[in-house]
Design a protein around this ligand. Structure first.
Ligand code: CU
Length: 642
């Protein structure tokens, strides 16, 4: 892709000191320079690698498996996705991070050099990790953190899956600091065929952004005063498409700010594109649309579907992916249209009335050999767009058909079931302060990052119910998880690791075990129901998801609002504990938990993120100052009213 106009602006704004190669060979992405870790003076500037958004039309889609190796360096660096400079965590100096592209059957090796100053773990969202549970990337669940300054190698084979996935950090909510990127698995088995159903492929990464490091946000949320005087997860400072947001620099005084140009997506006229849309946010549920271009939805997460053919607005929860085919027969060379990602404000507290909820990008028609136009689009939003929903909801609840193209009926009877109820509440800390948390069945997860549950179970131990809500499915067969979103105010996206699940039922209110047992199961959808790995469950409602218990392991079930995960919103499903003891774990994975790998200041009993701490004098001072400011503002307002 040519680098020009806003691409160039973006590249300049991210002014790279290091050059990195996009992985085109099977051993790929060797960084050409490595940053010296430092919290005070990050050594590199972050780049926005435009190559990750366009999949190569010559990538060989085959069932002949190969091993693909990627070399990643995690580092702290200075970047400005929305124009405002801040410290970030990045892979190979890039935000969003590098693309992993492979075929079903391939083995993926990612050599991770942790050049940051804190521990790390990388999760491959949606990949089932059958037999490689140790590579699932969750510190405290499947591994100990990769220590600062150390290397660790993830290795897994993508056996039974293809489609659109992504990877992200699973240490605290450090994905919000920049550790995320796309993961695409092709397959000759994919019912959506390149060259027949679409000509080219694009990736669109939706996201959100804060100006503070995630550990600051979570640490503050775990005080009585919260973050910016609120114990609710924060309103994002910016909304991002393909790693770019436009922040109003006039309000920035304490750091460098450059007004960003909108990200551009070039397409040729009279063609068709498979757009792989990934919501990588920490807080924002979006509605995605492209002016005048209806979306033919062909995949939900990694499930190829026959979906709505001419959808105007696509709701997409955090962690979810959709593949949409669009035809570029609407305009001609030089035409331009807005791509819109509209934030669902209904799940976010304290959104200011002046907040611009829509992130924009430009879809620009450029005929082969033609010079691109530079003017902004004059296109308008769909006339039937609805951006002020009172709840954030999933596409399958809107009455459209979403039928998997590779049919699969779950067993109609189950060998086990569990009720998982998520709710907001408070924990009283040692200073007798009430601290906001999210709970599963009355337990907010306490993450002992140096005591991964996988290793506890592998060694024949059991999990401690007071620190993690868990269900144990010992038998093989099918099992139901009743997921209650018992939060009356907020809609949440729920993600299950290790398994795609069948969505067999949804309902409103709370469903108890007794009520579940009394349900007429003939009302369940067991005829080729939707399968996926991330589900939005609106407030005060539930879903019944059915899994096949054929993947032994300890699989997180968590809210994918990163700030909620950071304050305890995780449970785990333990599948076939006896078989977990037979799993093989590489020596290097076990060694991450050696005492020598626990950094100074931590012990084997250290919990993270956001240790439960007593609110400090600094918290109190900040709280009082904010209160004073509020009082002054209120007085001003009253005077104005007088
Ligand atoms: Cu949540």
């Amino acid at each position: 892709m040519l680098l020009r106009r806003s691409h160039l602006n973006t590249a300049l704004a991210f002014a790279s000191l290091c050059a990195f190669n996009f992985p085109t060979s099977i051993h790929a992405a060797v960084p050409s320079c490595r940053g010296t870790p430092s919290r005070s003076a990050p050594a590199t500037q972050v780049t926005n690698n435009q190559a990750i958004y366009t999949l190569s039309p010559t990538f060989v889609i085959t069932d002949v498996p190969v091993t693909r190796t990627f070399d990643w360096t995690l580092s702290l660096a200075t970047g400005a996705p929305d124009g405002v400079e801040r410290e970030m965590m990045v892979v190979n100096g890039q935000f969003p991070g590098p693309l992993i592209e492979a075929n079903q059957g391939d083995t993926i090796i990612v050599n991770v050099q942790n050049g940051m100053t804190t521990g790390a773990g990388i999760h491959w969202h949606g990949i089932s990790q059958k037999g490689t549970d140790w590579a699932d990337g969750v510190p405290g669940v499947s591994q100990c953190p990769i220590p600062a300054g150390s290397t660790f190698t993830y290795k897994f084979t993508v056996t039974d899956q293809f489609g659109t996935f992504w990877w992200h950090s699973h240490m605290g909510n450090t994905m919000a600091d920049g550790l995320l990127g796309p993961l695409i698995i092709h397959s000759p088995n994919d019912p959506n065929v390149r060259g027949r159903d679409y000509e080219s492929e694009r990736i669109m990464i939706l996201g959100d952004w804060m100006h503070d490091m995630s550990d600051t946000v979570i640490s503050d949320l775990l005080t009585v005063y919260g973050y910016h005087n609120s114990t609710s997860a924060p309103v994002p400072d910016a909304l991002l498409i393909n790693g770019v947001g436009v922040y109003n620099c006039s309000s920035v005084t304490n750091t460098s700010c450059t007004t960003q140009s909108l990200p551009e997506i070039d397409v040729v006229p009279n063609s068709s594109y498979r757009i792989r849309i990934i919501n990588t946010s920490s807080h924002v549920h979006y509605k995605f649309s492209i002016d005048s271009h209806p979306l033919n939805i062909t995949a939900a997460d990694d499930t190829a579907i026959s979906g709505p053919k001419a959808l105007h607005q696509l709701p997409i929860g955090i962690g979810q992916r959709y593949d949409a085919i669009i035809k570029t027969t609407v305009g001609t060379d030089g035409s331009a249209y807005y791509v819109r990602a509209a934030m669902c404000a209904a799940s976010i507290a304290n959104v200011p009335s002046t907040y611009d909820i829509t992130a924009l990008a430009v879809l620009r028609y450029v005929a082969t050999g033609s010079e691109a136009t530079t003017t902004l689009p004059s296109s308008t939003d769909w006339s039937d767009s609805t951006n002020n929903d009172t709840t954030c909801y999933d596409l399958d609840t809107t009455g459209v058909s979403m039928t998997p193209l590779i049919a699969s009926n779950p067993p109609t009877t189950v060998v086990a079931s569990t009720v998982m109820t998520s709710v907001f509440g408070y924990i009283t800390n040692s200073a007798l302060e009430s601290i906001a948390h999210f709970f599963w069945n009355s337990v907010a997860w306490t993450n002992y990052i140096y005591q991964p549950m996988l290793f506890t179970l592998k060694n024949g131990g059991s999990l401690n119910s007071s620190i993690i809500t868990h269900a144990v499915f010992s038998s093989s067969g099918a099992a139901d998880i009743i997921v209650n979103n018992y939060d009356t105010g907020i809609d949440h996206p729920y993600h299950l690791h290790g398994n795609s699940f069948y969505l067999v039922s949804r309902g409103s209110g709370l469903l108890t075990a007794t009520e579940y047992a009394a349900l007429n199961t003939s009302s369940f959808n067991t005829t080729n129901p939707l399968r996926r790995d991330t589900l939005v469950i609106s407030r005060s409602s539930y879903a019944i998801i059915r899994i096949i218990t054929d993947n032994p392991g300890v699989w997180p079930l968590h809210c994918h609002i990163g700030w909620h995960l950071g304050v305890g919103k995780m449970a785990v499903i333990v599948v076939q504990p006896a078989a977990i003891q037979d799993l093989s774990v590489p020596a290097a994975a076990t060694a991450l938990c050696d005492a020598s790998n626990i950094p100074a200041g931590d012990t084997v009993n250290t919990t993270a993120p956001g240790r439960k701490r007593r609110s400090t004098a600094a918290d109190l001072t900040a709280h009082v100052l904010r209160g004073l400011n509020n009082a002054i503002e209120r007085r001003r307002a009253i005077k104005l009213l007088d």
